[in-house]
Design a protein around this ligand. Sequence first.
Ligand code: PMP
Length: 393
Amino acid sequence: MKYSFSKRIQKTPKSFIREILKVTQRPEVISFAGGLPNPDLIDIQGISRAAQTVIEQDGKNALQYSTTEGYLPLREFIADRYRKRYDLCVKPEEILITNGSQQCLDLIGKIFINNGDAVAIERPGYLGAIQALSLYQPEFFSVPLENDGPDTEELKQILSEEFPKLFYAVPNSQNPSGITYSEEKRHEVADILNEAETLFVEDDAYGELHFSGKVMPPVKKFMPEYGIMTGSFSKIVSPGMRMGWICAPEEIIDKIATSKQAADLHSNYLSQRIIEEYLRTNDLDAHISKINAVYKSRCDLMLKLMDEMFPEEVSHTTPNGGMFIWLTLPDGLSSTKLFEKAMEKNVAVLPGHPFYFDGGGDNTARINYSNADEESIRKGIEILAGILKEQLK
Ligand code: PMP
């Protein structure tokens, strides 16, 4: 190697998704591989009006440097929404605005993880978290995900043997599996982590993409001292604005702010101002209902077609929100092969192995439904069904 790169970057995996998106985004490809919110559901006019108002009425401030913690009215909006949606009471001072919620993972790694520290993560786990935390060279331990949340016996064992610094998880409509934790599991996880005095990093990127039934309380509600939540406007307003946040006890926010100052001084202030103006002058609930209605109908259609056409040996999760369905193929079938065969027919799925930091998962695949229209779903699922049947012969 010509350049002497740090051990930390050499040990960090490249995002497999970002690599394969280069091929799957060709216009002729029906792609279920990505994780993009549907662009037709971005309120371009509303955001454009908000941008115009902010720049015209307060451009001098909105285009200036700002505070590391973020625009206070936006932090107040988030605290207020937590209270209304989750009955979770936090102060605006416990919220810090980040450049997308992905940045939270980097900042959490910076302030908590020393080289070699143990970190617990779901199996399968969010690839972006594996990547972000890998930069701090932890030793990962995986907690298998069951249909209603993590295997709590495994979690207890990891806590008692490895003393991880934190457990990172996505309890609502997880990426990649689409699984949502049951209320019982939420209580159980909180009890176990409280007892062990271990941090829970609760990534709630998909919390608002909830299709039906009761909205369950976040795990943080039962562990105010050890619970850290991360949230995002990417899926409900716009991913390109790169607006997310971290919610944690003030002592943690203080250290996050120091590490953020070193990283980028503060999050894009113009984006913060535009999004706050947008949220204050538009009906976010109505907008999210629209998104959920579309995603639910696409998800239902996909599940119905899978049930009709896929060989019965192939199982799938049944999400109640979010953007992904998770497939498990029978023994002997490989999702990498499925990916290759499907690409020959211009259909893209995401092989599951990148979501397993320690290998495995080659019989799993992630299917995205938020960004494909009904015709593409019908055509794509039929092609996948044909390949799966062929492979099972
Ligand atoms: N967490 C999860 C679970 C995600 O799926 C994503 C987006 N793929 C993120 C965090 C990061 O999203 P953003 O930075 O746009 O908020």
